[in-house]
Design a protein around this ligand. Structure first.
Ligand code: SF4
Length: 364
């Protein structure tokens, strides 16, 4: 039984050919499923009757299940979704005056273990499938009261939830294609942002396969510190990462990279480190913006959030050097939906959680 949510336009056409159906049915199916939000084949009235009646025997529309839906005081909404075998992932909707942004997960947990990240500490179970990635958008749309004839509620998608998106490349790209396809969600490439910790070869692949806006989790101005905070840096150090960012911009829908920088008190937040950061990106000649993220502490974390004064002083160095710099508002704190707090529930296969438990017990 083929889950149609696993297929983008090209995949759908190939599958239709396999079952002896005409390729134009792919456009119709995408429009029904995504533009109109329909999951019942019987309701897809402009499909030929014979095809419509055949569909339930050969295909299904299978989605994750929303098991909890919490709304924060500031309107941020966090969905917990069940993807089977006691694994739960998180999807967060952030409403703002001029946009509605959905933050989507790509893995159950994350294997990369950045030292400041709550998701990383949960360990890793598996990659999500394309249907589980695009299904988050489908389900959130429905829960938010999607009306096919009305305005978009979700205008932007950031692939910034649980997991490293580029470590799940094969499932990610068809999901991105569905977000962008005019027959499906039809979002602009500028409004879909993939966030990566810097898997250099996959950044090059994304630039070719499906360029979207790009955010890079930088978090440190030099290799010595980044090796500790973002361990993938040991494999793809800053010089390689900067070169990959530059290559990406040659084919990107936006003319800048967003560098994410979590503010950790006394670790990476001094004015001298801000100057080092300026030197790093200016030497590499990268057109970029900075997004400073006040750290969200979680149990067992060794870090503290930088004070407002330190964040302002750090930002002022970047702004003084001519870089657009924003400081992320901490939103959804009361429902653990803030950045770096997405934990879901992960049946960890890495034994990292076991290690963390021991460390915590020793530390108490
Ligand atoms: S910051 Fe991103 S890449 Fe690093 S552990 Fe967390 S989810 Fe994974």
């Amino acid at each position: 039984m083929q889950n149609l949510l696993d297929l983008d336009m090209a995949g759908l056409k190939a599958w239709l050919a396999q079952i002896g159906e005409k390729p134009f049915r792919a456009n119709q199916l995408l429009r029904w499923i995504y533009s109109r939000g329909e999951s019942d084949f019987a309701a897809m009235t402009d499909l030929a009757r014979t095809f419509r009646e055949r569909l339930p025997d050969v295909a299904e529309i299978r989605l994750p299940k929303i098991v909890s839906d919490k709304i924060s005081d500031d309107g941020t909404r966090k969905f917990l979704m069940d993807v089977g075998a006691s694994n739960l992932i998180e999807t967060v909707f952030i409403p703002e005056a001029d946009r509605g942004t959905l933050c989507v997960s790509t893995q159950v947990g994350c294997a990369l273990d950045c030292s400041f990240c709550s998701t990383g500490k949960q360990g890793f179970n598996r990659n999500l499938t394309t249907s589980e990635i695009i299904g988050q958008l489908w389900l959130a749309n429905q829960a938010l009261g999607f009306d096919p004839a009305g305005d978009r509620i979700i205008s932007n998608v950031v692939i910034m939830g649980m997991g490293e998106p580029l470590a799940n490349f094969e499932a990610l790209v068809p999901a991105l294609n569905l977000m962008l396809d005019d027959h499906a969600y039809g979002l602009s490439r500028r409004r879909v942002t993939v966030s990566t910790s810097g898997i250099v070869p996959a950044m090059d692949r994304l630039r070719e396969a499906c360029p979207t806006a790009l955010a890079v989790s930088l978090h440190a101005p030099n290799d010595a510190l980044r090796d500790v905070l973002v361990p993938i840096n040991q494999k793809y150090p800053l010089a390689e990462l900067m070169a990959a960012c530059k290559r990406y911009l040659e084919n990107a829908p936006r003319d800048f990279i967003t560098f994410e920088y979590v503010m950790l008190d006394g670790v990476n937040d001094s004015p001298a480190q801000a100057r080092e950061l300026v030197a790093l990106v200016s030497k590499a000649k990268i057109h970029c913006k900075f997004n400073l993220i006040p750290f969200n502490p979680f149990p067992g974390s060794p870090y503290r959030r930088s004070s407002r004064e330190r964040i302002t002083a750090f930002a002022n160095v970047l702004i003084g050097a001519g870089y657009v710099t924003t400081t992320r508002k901490t939103r959804g704190d009361d429902i653990d939906a803030a950045c770096g707090q997405l934990a879901g529930q992960v049946q960890d296969k890495t034994r990292r959680t076991q290690h963390l438990k021991v460390v915590n017990e020793v530390g108490t």
